[in-house]
Design a protein around this ligand. Structure first.
Ligand code: SER
Length: 315
């Protein structure tokens, strides 16, 4: 029998593309999308969908039992910038949703979990360049604290209860199908929309703010590939460092100018600058490359080309 997959937070930036990729791969009827609100037309018409609050254990359990779910991808979360404004709501959503799926796996109601962590688990005292897998962390944001705590719980549930939970520390994710919401790396998506609409962008991060980034196609491939790897090959049960490229606002602007010569940018850093300054500028992801053959495909030039071409074709 085909495995059945449940995605919590299917209508967000990652969930939208992950749902479509998993439906393509596993058959649409085997991939149940869920979120607290309905998704776009394609999401709703391409396969099963349930309205589901990721903090409601009973509601998730009901859906898991009804569809006989094997795997859960927990993509619901409050991201870094929004979490600074609503610390308790962020903590409750990010932690309770994780405990819900970990406990379902502990009870053997599901077999496998994907849960995303982030570069936000690192903090101002972390080595900034080529940040190692195992290093001093000390996250200084609400979001980062929730991801760091989540990583500890994932490893604990794996060791103590043999829960098959898998995770990557996503860098900033760049996508054209869905907009991000509430993150610090969102500028790297907004900039393409504004470049096409106005030839102009005001960046909320300073020109030299170097951050690890990844094109969404790579992120989806990484996620599915990690989930398909034999369990005994995985040596990290907290969360794998994952990387593709690093760039600063002035570099993404320069890559846009290659396609839109009269594009201009200016810089008005806001509260998100401090969040970005606390994060690494580049990541050492050699464990992911060694354990499950991770390889990225998109650099900045390819990302810019794909973003501009696809956004143009939408308008
Ligand atoms: N991209 C996320 C954010 O900015 C980090 O995981 O919040």
């Amino acid at each position: 029998m085909a495995k059945k997959i449940l995605i919590l937070g299917a209508c967000g930036q990652i969930g939208t593309e992950l749902t479509m990729a998993l439906r393509e791969k596993n058959g649409a009827d085997n991939v149940i999308a869920s979120d607290i609100r309905e998704g776009n037309e394609k999401m709703m018409s391409s396969g099963p969908f349930e309205i589901l609050d990721a903090t409601n254990y009973q509601a998730i359990e009901d859906v898991v039992m009804y569809y006989e779910i094997d795997e859960v991808y927990l993509m619901a979360a409050m991201l870094s910038a929004t979490a600074e404004k609503f610390p308790m709501r962020a903590w409750n959503l990010n932690m309770n949703s994780l405990f819900n799926v970990l406990n379902l796996a502990k009870e053997r109601k599901i077999n496998k979990i994907f849960w995303p962590s982030s570069i936000a688990v690192f903090g101002p005292n972390t080595p900034k360049e080529d940040t190692p897998q195992h290093t001093l962390m000390e996250p200084s944001t609400v979001y980062g604290i929730s991801k760091q705590a989540g990583e500890r719980w994932c490893e604990y549930y794996f060791k103590k209860f043999n829960v098959d939970v898998r995770s990557v520390r996503y860098p900033g994710l760049i996508s054209w199908k869905t907009q991000p919401g509430g993150g610090t790396t969102d500028y790297a998506v907004e900039i393409y929309h504004k470049a096409l609409a106005n030839n102009y962008y005001t960046s909320f991060l300073s020109e030299d703010t170097l951050l690890p980034m990844m094109f969404m196609d790579d992120a989806i491939r990484a996620t599915i590939s990690l989930m398909e790897t034999d369990s005994n090959k995985l040596t990290i049960r907290s969360s794998y460092n994952l990387a593709a490229m690093s760039f600063a606002p002035k570099e993404i602007a320069a890559s846009i100018v290659e396609h839109i010569p009269d594009f201009t940018i200016n810089y008005e850093p806001d509260f998100r600058q401090a969040i970005a300054d606390s994060w690494p500028s580049s990541i050492d992801d050699s464990k992911a490359r060694a354990d499950w053959n991770w390889e990225h495909k998109f650099d900045l030039a390819k990302t810019t080309k794909a973003m501009l071409e696809n956004l143009r074709s939408l308008s």
